[in-house]
Ligand binder design. Structure first.
Ligand SMILES: NC(=O)c1ccc[n+]([C@@H]2O[C@H](COP(=O)([O-])OP(=O)(O)OC[C@H]3O[C@@H](n4cnc5c(N)ncnc54)[C@H](O)[C@@H]3O)[C@@H](O)[C@H]2O)c1
Length: 284
């Protein structure tokens, strides 16, 4: 298959491109290097050097959208209510995907993804020049990787608000496995967009902080929440479609947290202390 990986220099795109290339797909990467303006804890090579190290390759794009609307003769998108500009762009994506599937018969799978944790994959581990990026800063870093990095540098774990936010999570390796499954099982031309929940488990943020604190001895610090979001929420989400296609999830309980902690320990000398706490306020 010919695969275009947009954002293929990023945290998820890079290891995905390598995996698809390893599986024999022709992979093309598109990236404007925007993310390279943000420091990665791990030292990452230029994309050219990464690719030189891997060898020539290409990737493909898989687009996500959502599905289970109310039963009706006319299928409409389930109304979504974004809480940030970031999430609003995902909502706009949904409308575009539905349009292209309906009007042009494009076969689109919309992968709704939980927070991705982990750093390395089989391929990125093969050579330090292939190492994946690791975002730990208050704006771009995601919660679990941030906690593990904070523990590694001796910073208290920064729980935003009460830590009652309940979120879906998925390991990076599973995220890539899901994308491979989605590529292998596309909808038919003329079908509506296929929407799959790419997540493997659900956790409350303060529970994650306690888990990391227990494993590492770190302190937990509750700080003002810079984001506009519900202080406490329940989340009910299923991933039966992907499990039905054969996904075997990697769960936090499987001990893989240590892999990310080891990476954070190894590169903690590169951490910039003033980047650790969130500085952008989403509430004004
Ligand atoms: N990381 C997560 O936990 C997570 C969770 C859910 C969804 N997602 C989604 O997965 C996708 C990838 O996330 P990521 O964590 O790898 O982020 P990332 O920032 O590491 O990767 C995104 C890549 O896209 C590139 N990029 C940005 N704007 C571009 C443009 N206009 N043209 C070309 N390239 C551009 C960036 O330079 C970067 O390399 C995003 O759509 C993100 O919203 C990520």
């Amino acid at each position: 298959m010919r695969v275009l990986v947009t954002g293929g220099d990023g945290f998820i795109g890079w290891p995905t491109a390598l995996r698809l290339s390893r599986r024999g797909h022709d992979v093309l990467i598109i990236d404007n290097y925007f993310r390279r303006r943000v420091i990665s804890l791990t030292p990452i090579e230029t994309l050219n050097d990464r690719i030189r190290c891997w060898h020539e390759g290409y990737v493909e794009v898989c687009i996500p959208l959502d599905g289970d609307g109310p039963p009706a003769r006319l299928e409409i998108l389930h109304p979504t209510s974004p809480g940030s500009v970031y999430h609003a762009t995902k909502v706009l994506d949904q409308t575009l995907f539905a349009f292209y599937a309906k009007n042009y018969g494009l076969r689109i799978t919309d992968l709704h993804q939980g927070v991705v944790w982990g750093t390395q994959t089989e391929e990125t581990r093969e050579d330090d020049r292939l190492i994946n990026r690791f975002d730990y800063d208050g704006e771009f870093g995601t919660v679990l990787n941030r906690f593990l990095m904070q523990a590694a540098v001796g910073h208290p774990l920064t729980v935003h608000g009460t830590g009652g936010q309940t979120r879906a999570f998925i390991n990076l390796n599973d995220s890539i496995a899901c994308l491979e499954l989605a590529l292998a099982h596309p909808p038919q031309a003329g079908e509506r967009v296929k929407i799959m929940n790419q997540m493997t488990e659900v956790h409350r943020v303060r529970d994650l902080a306690e888990l990391v604190a227990r494993l590492t001895g770190a302190e937990v610090s509750f700080v003002d929440n810079p984001r506009r979001e519900a202080a406490e929420n329940e989340l009910s989400v299923t991933n039966t479609a992907l499990r039905g296609l054969g996904l075997k999830p990697t769960l936090l309980a499987d001990g893989l947290l240590s892999e990310t902690y080891d990476i954070a320990q190894r590169f903690r000398h590169r951490a910039e202390a003033d980047k650790i706490s969130a500085t952008v306020r989403w509430t004004r």
